[in-house]
Write a protein that binds this ligand. Structure first.
Ligand code: ZN
Length: 212
């Protein structure tokens, strides 16, 4: 059984938004066509959204630092002494704001087909990229259970942004045992140089994520 996971096609990640992915708007219509394509026979379609409290830990403003400053995150869970290097972002996808809403056409499609929306990033004290779990893999969203309950064993990941939430969602899916593919044509990211793209492809291959 095959599922399509549409990652974070939200106003703040589109041109004009606070953390816009260049050309992010160009995938909206193609993704909707992909959802509607009768030859794909999707058993499930799931849409995800970044959904932060106004003072989220990933916002530079929450630390009185400049946007895109580096940060060292420490695990919010007692007994876990790991640290993860990260980047602080402009305020984006604050729950309930226009920026956090799915792109208008995508929201229309979501209502039409009535698919599940999975929110992530709503716990203030931790960053998320994957739609399955936080960066520490402590807190899990409902996504894995949902796919599991619907007999899904194969997932296709599309959306924004390629090297953040699309990549992390795909790697989580693969680690959880789903046969996982990112459809590159239906995803956009911030990376443009060849070297970073090669490193990204290497990381996906090491995690058994197919790129098609
Ligand atoms: Zn975020």
């Amino acid at each position: 059984m095959r599922a399509l996971i549409v990652v974070d096609v939200q106003n703040d990640f589109l041109p004009g938004g606070s953390l816009a992915v260049p050309h992010g708007d160009e995938i909206v219509k193609p993704v909707i066509d992909l959802i509607e394509d009768p030859t794909e026979k999707w058993d499930q379609v799931v849409m995800t959204r970044d959904w932060h409290p106004h003072n989220h830990i990933s916002f530079a403003k929450s630390h009185n630092l400049a946007d895109f400053s580096p940060i060292t995150y420490v695990s919010p869970v007692e007994g876990d002494d790991r640290k993860i290097e990260g980047t602080l972002f402009p305020v984006h996808c604050v729950e309930g704001t226009r920026g956090s809403q799915l792109a208008p056409e995508m929201l229309e499609e979501q209502k039409k087909i009535g698919c599940l929306i999975v929110s992530k990033g709503y716990l203030q004290d931790r960053e998320y990229f994957s739609a399955f779990n936080d960066i520490w893999d402590h807190h899990k969203t409902e996504l894995n259970n949902y796919l599991h309950c619907h007999g899904i064993d194969e997932v296709y990941v599309v959306g924004l942004a390629f090297e953040y939430c699309v990549k992390s969602t795909a790697i989580s899916a693969s680690k959880l045992g789903y046969k996982t593919t990112i459809l590159q044509k239906y995803s956009k990211g911030f990376l443009s140089d060849e070297k970073s793209m090669q490193e990204l492809k290497q990381e996906l291959a090491e995690n058994n994520v197919q790129l098609a």
